[in-house]
Ligand binder design. Structure first.
Ligand SMILES: Nc1ncnc2c1ncn2[C@@H]1O[C@H](COP(=O)(O)OP(=O)(O)O)[C@@H](O)[C@H]1O
Ligand SMILES: [Mg+2]
Length: 196
């Protein structure tokens, strides 16, 4: 994956490894590789910058109709609402943060537009102190409508940790939605609903 190679120097400087989890079969999609690499490079550099020195994991998977890449870090994470805000032009959680790369607040906004132009989704999950995950999902055939993603948006270990509460919420139609990240249940059920 070229995007990983590009980001590796930045990672090395910070003593971080970018760990790859790739399927045995290559994931193939009809997509402009330069664009996809640009999106992934953005995600990986962001992950490195916010990982607090911990390794970054890049996972890829495919199913019959779609492919996905998820970039996971275990750093600062995102506060409630920031999983949407972070895609706004010029929005930055902490403009004063000392960083060596990036810095316009445009990276994710452009990356999301790029993904959507190609019929894909770019979505974020994060929790304060638990890190973040950014997932790019694309239809295998260009022009096809994306109906789901082969990778979960919420990391399995996190989703499992709150398993029982989540089922409880569903049982009563979400009537007693809790304030703590209950929005993620929606994302599990409908990975791309907000994309227009
Ligand atoms: N992996 C991440 N973990 C936590 N916050 C992130 C992550 N990636 C992006 N963000 C937040 O989203 C903001 C916007 O990201 P981006 O559009 O790439 O702009 P920039 O990197 O130039 O700040 C970042 O400033 C940061 O606050
Ligand atoms: Mg950036």
């Amino acid at each position: 994956m070229k995007a990983v190679g590009d980001a590796e120097q930045i990672a090395e400087r910070r003593g971080i490894k970018v760990v790859l989890r790739l399927p045995a079969e290559p994931c193939v999609a009809e997509f402009d590789t330069r664009r996809i690499n640009r999106i992934l490079r953005n995600l990986i550099v962001n992950a490195i910058e916010h990982s607090e020195g911990r390794d970054v994991v890049v996972a890829a998977a495919g199913d019959r109709d779609s492919v996905a890449v998820a970039v996971r870090d275990f750093g600062v994470g995102l506060k409630e609402g920031e999983e949407h805000l972070c895609f706004d032009r010029f929005w930055r959680a902490d403009p004063a943060r000392v960083r060596t790369t990036g810095g316009t607040g445009l990276g994710l906004a452009i990356a999301k537009e790029d993904a959507q132009l190609h019929g894909g989704w770019l979505q974020a999950w994060g929790m304060p102190g638990q890190g973040s995950q950014f997932r790019l999902s694309l239809p295998r055939r260009s022009g096809a409508e994306l109906r789901g993603s082969p990778l979960p948006l919420v990391p399995p270990e996190i989703a499992l940790g709150r398993n029982f509460a989540a089922y409880g919420d569903r049982d009563n139609g979400g009537a007693n939605e809790r304030s703590d990240r209950s929005d993620h249940d929606d994302e599990l059920a409908d990975p791309g609903g907000e994309d227009t």
